[in-house]
Design a protein around this ligand. Structure first.
Ligand SMILES: [Zn+2]
Ligand SMILES: [Zn+2]
Length: 385
């Protein structure tokens, strides 16, 4: 892949399985011996320090953090709904003042709410509300418990033109972030990525806006692929799926292109552990024929007890960008539901209408179409995803 442009700061190629096994053999020496042993961490300490396991267990009991607790300790202090009055800590006082300020000043409340929308806050919340923090959840059934695994942080970005210059760093608009497990298939991530184009329903519905015979694009055009380090991971789970990569591979193989070699695999047969990736390098997810998303692996690390423990929660959505709604051009209140071409009631062409305004302006009292225009169902990204 000599012609591939690498972004500044990307890492060398990492083989995820190798990464996992190397770390695992040094951090968790018990792997492969007996995973059901009570406590792999104590086993590791016992081996490293060359002391019997019983001694480590005893030290755990005698010197563990639990010994720091007193009998009358309040449980789940951080989860309290109201702050008790008898606490004399400066941080608690400040927190109290903050809450009072928000309650008394509506302007300040709006300001704070705006700040809370920021992605950093969203991500912080996601990271703190881990499975171990929430004791109200029922225990995870054993078949869904995760033992040893790696977690990959994957971000999905809106596609941009990379530009011709090698020195210009492209601007990538962050759209979604996921945590996936190494032992999950690529297709599991594909199924979680939301794109408004999957919800498109083709065709002009101006004659009968109540017609519900259309199909979502995702149910009709189900093919797609990830392109990562010279490999097309195709989604061929459906019998009518196409290999989108055929035409690209044919083009790349032409003389003088200097690209390739490119190979193919199936995404539902490939684990994230099988991937070879560079952290920080943009790869491609393509579906619906030509809907492109940039996909970046930001981090690979070992699965930790503080992570969500239920396998069913992965791939786990860690962040989703909020977009401005596309509002109705008439009432400027409701989200757009219709896209029209040739409408005499619209200030622009094409134009956007909410359902009420669209029907009120384009149909008579018997529901008959007035004038000649075309109407397409419109799905607003912020409203439907
Ligand atoms: Zn898309
Ligand atoms: Zn409207």
């Amino acid at each position: 892949m000599e012609s591939v442009r690498l972004l500044r700061g990307v890492t060398d190629i990492i083989h995820v399985r190798e990464f996992f096994e190397k770390w695992d053999s040094s951090v968790l020496p018990t792997l492969g011996i007996d995973l059901s042993v009570q406590d792999p961490e104590s086993n590791a300490i016992s081996k490293d320090m060359d002391v019997p396991l019983e001694t480590v267990m005893e030290l755990n009991t005698v010197c563990g953090v639990d010994t720091l607790k007193s009998d009358d300790e309040l449980p789940h202090y951080t989860m309290l709904k109201t702050i008790p009055d008898d606490i004399d800590l400066m941080t608690v006082k400040m927190q109290k003042n903050e809450l009072i300020k928000r309650d008394t000043s509506s302007q300040y409340k709006i300001y704070i709410n705006k700040k809370m929308k920021y992605k950093t806050v969203q991500e912080k919340l996601f990271n703190t509300i881990g499975a171990t923090m929430d004791d109200s959840k029922p225990p995870v059934p054993s078949e869904y418990q995760i033992e040893h695994d790696v977690i990959l942080d994957v971000s999905i970005h809106t596609a941009v033109c990379m530009g011709a210059s090698q020195n210009v760093q492209p601007k990538l608009g962050l759209d979604q972030k996921f945590q996936v497990l190494g032992t999950q298939h690529l297709s599991e991530l594909r199924d979680k990525i939301s794109c408004v184009n999957d919800l498109g329903i083709g065709g002009d519905f101006s004659e009968d806006p109540d017609d519900t015979s259309g199909f979502y694009a995702k149910d009709v055009y189900r093919s797609g692929f990830f392109y990562i380090e010279g490999v097309f991971y195709n989604d061929l789970r459906e019998v009518d799926s196409r290999d989108y990569s055929t035409v690209i591979r044919k083009w790349a193989a032409e003389e003088g292109r200097g690209i390739g070699p490119m190979t193919t695999q199936q995404m539902d047969e490939t684990f994230f552990l099988d991937l070879k990736v560079r952290l920080g390098q943009p790869y491609l997810y393509m579906h619906q024929g030509n809907c492109e998303h940039i996909i970046i692996f930001n981090d690979i690390r070992l699965f930790h007890p503080d992570d969500a423990q239920d396998r069913r929660e992965y791939p786990r959505l860690a962040f989703k960008r909020t977009y401005k709604r596309s509002i109705c051009r008439v009432c400027e209140i409701h989200s757009s539901r219709w896209l029209t071409y040739g409408s005499q009631h619209a200030p622009d062409d094409p134009s956007f209408f909410c359902d009420q305004c669209f029907r009120a302006l384009h149909y008579d009292k018997d529901g008959k179409k007035i004038g000649s225009f075309k109407a397409y169902k419109f799905f607003d990204k912020q409203a439907v995803l």
